[in-house]
Design a protein around this ligand. Structure first.
Ligand SMILES: *Cc1c(COP(=O)(O)O)cnc(C)c1O
Length: 419
């Protein structure tokens, strides 16, 4: 086998990777679900463990030669247990969606009723949307936000649960800026005899830093991604009490997956190790301080925010009363070097491809070291761009401020870019 560098072997891909490095260094990443994994995590992921078949679980594999990948998976499991305070952990789901699928297929039968948060109100595709397996395999019923305060309507959850008798109640969200009361979800589940699941894909980092109440030990199942506020490699995770462990293990493998991605599991172990350190809590604290500062500055600039603000790492700008769609706002900010995503807002009159909202988060900028002061500057940029989305002078000025900020708060200095 010839041992060529990527640059030699495949210049097209090498160029695309370097261009992506360049993009990540030189834009303000404000997509709430994105972050910058550490150098150690990138290294742990880019190694020969990608070659190893390890179907099964540590010490109970269907292949020989698993002694070293077992070290990685055992460390990932032990660290995740202490990080989340969970009795049982499964680190094999390839993604957040796979984690959810494994839980459903382990405990539900096709046709069962599930109750989840409406996608249009901030829920996730895998919580019962009809364009996802969760909505075609199961009968989904949705709860949403209270029309007045735009906060989750727990009374509605209980009413719907009594009426439709779901087998499982799903909590957690992709675009919800407020604290979720998992204790209430657990109580409702108990009263209507439903299993309960909390999907903390977005808020896992806040949860392990004790900055958002934990659902672990309350609801039956907790699922998460490892790449959002948790700042690890792209992947999924399941936590629960010991009593569900066997069913969840077989739900993941052989239920829905084959060989685990051992290089990613090694990187998950590094991620959990980082998250156990005190400076990780400091990071999450700053994520929240930055989100609050950004929300206040945006409100001060006259923007409407869904629910009027944020308790978490993200916020939703409601553009309904403005002369610009979510799609055009995303494009204009993109041209200024600010990466955000369009998002539906409650009762959005435009479809999901256009939308009337923007979702904005602070995890990635906080990883770069930005603080409240920079959030105020960025709120000003957002205001200027959204008020003059086609004004070339405004975009040029915004781009130059973005370049200054990226220069002042560098990231991935060890990585080579296209120049
Ligand atoms: C991101 C997210 C997921 C899915 O994670 P993928 O890794 O993209 O499959 C699931 N649930 C929620 C609430 C999410 O925000």
């Amino acid at each position: 086998m010839e041992e060529m560098t990527l640059a030699k072997a495949d210049p097209e891909i090498a160029h695309a990777v370097r261009a992506e490095i360049d993009r990540e260094k030189n834009t303000l990443v404000m997509i709430a679900s994105e972050n910058y994994a550490s150098r150690a995590i990138l290294e742990a992921q880019a190694n020969v463990m990608t070659n190893k078949y390890a179907e099964g679980y540590p010490e109970k594999r269907y292949y020989g030669g698993c002694e070293y990948v077992d070290v990685a998976e055992r460390l990932a499991i032990e660290r995740a247990k202490s990080l989340f305070g969970a009795e049982y952990v499964n680190v094999q789901p390839h993604s957040g969606s796979q984690a959810n699928m494994a839980v459903y297929l382990a405990f539900l039968k096709p046709g069962d009723v599930i109750l989840g948060m409406d996608l249009a109100h901030g829920g996730h595709l895998t919580h019962g949307s009809t364009v996802n397996f969760s909505g075609t395999l199961f009968q989904s019923v949705f709860y949403g936000l209270h029309p007045e305060n735009q906060v989750i309507d727990y009374d509605q959850i209980e009413d719907l649960a009594r009426k439709h008798k779901p087998k499982m109640i799903i909590s957690g969200a992709s675009a919800y800026p407020r604290t979720i009361d998992f204790e209430k979800i657990k109580e409702i589940g108990k009263r209507v005899n439903a299993l309960t699941m909390a999907d903390i894909a977005h808020i896992a980092g806040l949860v392990v830093a004790s900055l958002h109440p934990t659902p672990v030990g309350r609801v039956d199942f907790v699922t998460s991604t490892t790449h959002k506020t948790l700042r690890g490699p792209r992947g999924g995770l399941i936590l629960s009490g010991e009593k569900y462990g066997r069913a969840l293990d077989s739900g993941v493998f052989p239920g829905i997956q084959g060989g685990p991605l051992m290089h990613v599991i090694a990187a998950k172990a590094v991620c959990f190790g980082e998250a156990l350190r005190p400076d990780f809590r400091e990071y999450q604290r700053q994520v929240l301080l930055n989100a609050r500062a950004l929300a206040e500055a945006l409100l001060g600039a006259g923007f409407d925010l869904v629910s009027g603000g944020t308790d978490t790492h993200l916020m939703l700008i409601d553009l309904t009363e403005r002369n610009i769609t979510g799609l055009d706002a995303e494009r204009a900010l993109g041209r200024a070097g600010i990466a955000v995503n369009k998002n539906t807002v409650p009762n959005d009159k435009r479809g999901p491809r256009v939308t009337s909202g923007l979702r904005i988060g602070t995890p990635a900028l906080t990883t770069r070291g930005m603080k409240e002061e920079e959030m105020a500057v960025i709120a000003g940029l957002i205001k200027n761009v959204l008020e003059g989305p086609e004004n070339e002078k405004v975009l040029k000025d915004a781009r130059s401020t973005v370049a200054e900020l990226c220069g002042e708060f560098p990231i991935y200095e060890f990585l080579e870019q296209n120049g």
